[in-house]
Design a protein around this ligand. Structure first.
Ligand SMILES: [Zn+2]
Length: 414
C-alpha cells in the first residue's frame, strides 16, 4: 500500500499510449526512417529566408511580448520550442529540445473527449494443472523448445530460444516467457539491440502460434553487481551497464509503460528490482509515481534474487515486498535450496536447476533413453523426474503465516 502520488495524471499515460500507437502507424506507412538531423543555428529556414538561430531568438522574444501583454497562446509556446529545436545541432541538446516540443504539443492539445481507457494488463489464461506444489505455481525452465510440445507441464522459456525460429511449436501446457534480460545485459550492457516493438511482435506471435500463454516478462534491468559493474564473475564476462540501481529501476518502469502502451492486450508482468528490501519498496513507489499500482497487479515478479538464493536476505526481500501489499509474488530463477527455503513467501516460481543438476551428475542416468551422451542436461526425462521430486518436497509447504515468525522480526503479515 502506498500514498505516493502519481507524477502525471492517467490522461497523460493514455495520450502517451496514443502517441505510441501513432508511431507504430507511421512506421507501418513509411517504413523505418533514418535521416540526418539537418538542424543547427546556421540552417536557412525555407520560407523565412533566415537563420534558424535568428528565428528561434525572434520566437522567444515574441512569446515574452505576448506573455507580458497577456495574450499568450499555445501557438507562441509551441513555435518557440520548435524553432529552438531547429536551431540545435548538438544531438543530445537536440533530443532535449524535441522532448520539450513533444511535452508542449501534448499540454496544448485538448484532452480528448473520447479518451481511450487506460490500458490494462492482459489476463492470464487459467489452465493450471493439479495443485502438485502445495499452492505454488511452478514453472520448469527449459532451453529445449521441443519440450513445449512434449513435457505437458507448465514451462518457462526465454525469448532468446525462440526469437530466430521460423516455425514455432504448439504448447500442450501453460507457458510463461522470459525476456532473456540477464543474458542481454550480461553481453551488451543495454537493451538497444532488442527494440521493444520487435519484442512485442514476437510475444504476440508466441501467444497466437505457441498458445497457452500465461504471461511474459518485460525487458527489465536486474541489479546484480556483475550486471552493473561488469568484469569477470563466475567464469563469465559481463559488459557492465555502469548505471545506478535507481537508474535500473527507472528504466524498468519506462519499459513496462512502453510495453503496456504498445500491446495492452498482452499479459505483461511487472518486475521489482533492487538489492536491499528498501530498494524493492522504493521501486514499487516509483511505479506508483508513474500511475502503476503494484498492489493491484495479478502477479509481480521479484528480480535479482537468484544470486541470493537460500540466503536470509532473499527472504527479507520477499517479505518486504509482501508487506508492501503485493498480493502474489513470482520469484525469478530459484535453485533447489532457494526454493526449499523460500517457497512459503512466493506464489509462483521458475527454475532451471534440473539442468545444472543433470550436468553436475556428469553422466547419463541409468534410465536415459540416449545413454551415449555426456549428461542429461537437456533431457525431458530428467526434467520430469526432477520436477516430480521437487513437487514431493514442496507439496506440504508451510503456510506463509507460519513461516513469517523469524529472521527480520517483522509482524506476521495480516
Ligand atoms: Zn538422459
Amino acid at each position: 500500500m502506498t500514498t505516493t502520488q502519481p507524477i502525471a495524471p492517467h490522461s497523460t499515460f493514455a495520450v502517451l499510449a496514443e502517441v505510441a500507437g501513432r508511431r507504430v502507424r507511421q512506421d507501418d506507412t513509411f517504413g523505418e526512417q533514418n535521416h540526418p538531423d539537418g538542424t543547427g543555428p546556421e540552417v536557412t529556414l525555407t520560407g523565412l529566408s533566415r537563420l534558424a538561430a535568428d528565428a528561434a531568438h525572434t520566437a522567444r522574444f515574441t512569446t515574452e511580448m505576448a506573455r507580458a501583454e497577456d495574450r499568450l497562446t499555445w501557438l507562441h509556446i509551441l513555435r518557440e520550442e520548435v524553432y529552438e529545436a531547429l536551431a540545435e545541432a548538438v544531438p543530445t541538446d537536440l533530443r532535449d529540445e524535441l522532448l520539450d516540443v513533444a511535452a508542449t504539443a501534448w499540454s496544448g492539445s485538448r484532452p480528448s473527449t473520447a479518451a481511450p481507457p487506460l490500458p490494462t494488463w492482459g489476463e492470464p489464461v487459467d489452465v493450471w494443472p493439479d495443485d502438485e506444489f502445495g499452492g505454488l505455481d511452478f514453472l520448469t525452465g527449459t532451453h529445449e523448445v521441443i519440450h513445449l510440445e512434449q513435457a505437458g507441464v507448465p514451462l518457462f522459456v526465454s525469448d532468446t530460444r525462440l526469437r530466430h525460429r521460423k516455425t514455432l511449436p504448439r504448447a500442450i501446457a501453460p507457458v510463461a516467457y522470459d525476456s532473456g534480460g540477464f543474458t542481454q545485459l550480461q553481453k551488451h550492457g543495454d537493451w538497444d539491440s532488442v527494440p521493444a516493438r520487435a519484442y512485442v511482435a514476437r510475444v504476440r506471435r508466441y501467444r497466437d502460434e505457441i498458445g497457452h500463454m500465461l504471461w511474459a516478462s518485460p525487458q527489465d534491468w536486474m541489479c546484480e553487481d556483475a550486471i552493473i559493474r561488469g568484469g569477470w564473475h563466475g567464469g563469465k564476462w559481463f559488459h557492465g551497464t555502469k548505471l545506478s540501481v535507481a537508474r535500473h529501476q527507472f528504466l524498468t518502469v519506462v519499459n513496462a509503460i512502453e510495453l503496456r502502451s504498445l500491446a495492452p492486450e498482452l499479459p505483461w508482468r511487472l518486475v521489482l528490482q533492487g538489492r536491499t528490501p528498501d530498494d524493492y519498496c522504493r521501486h514499487a513507489d516509483l511505479y506508483a509515481r508513474f500511475g502503476i499500482d503494484v498492489t493491484a497487479e495479478p502477479l509481480v515478479c521479484v528480480g535479482s534474487v537468484c544470486r541470493l538464493q537460500s540466503t536470509a536476505l532473499a527472504g527479507q526481500i520477499l517479505r518486504a515486498v509482501r508487506r508492501y501489499g503485493v498480493p502474489r509474488i513470482h520469484g525469478f530463477g530459484f535453485k533447489t535450496l532457494g526454493l526449499i527455503k523460500h517457497h512459503a513467501y512466493i506464489d509462483s516460481a521458475d527454475s532451471l536447476a534440473w539442468s545444472d543438476d543433470a550436468r553436475r551428475l556428469g553422466h547419463p542416468t541409468r534410465d536415459c533413453p540416449r545413454p551415449h551422451v555426456k549428461n542429461c542436461a537437456n533431457h525431458l526425462h530428467y526434467l520430469l523426474s526432477w520436477r516430480a521430486a521437487m513437487a514431493e518436497k514442496l507439496r506440504h509447504r508451510l503456510p506463509e503465516q507460519t513461516a513469517l515468525w523469524d529472521e527480520d522480526g517483522g509482524p506476521a503479515a495480516a
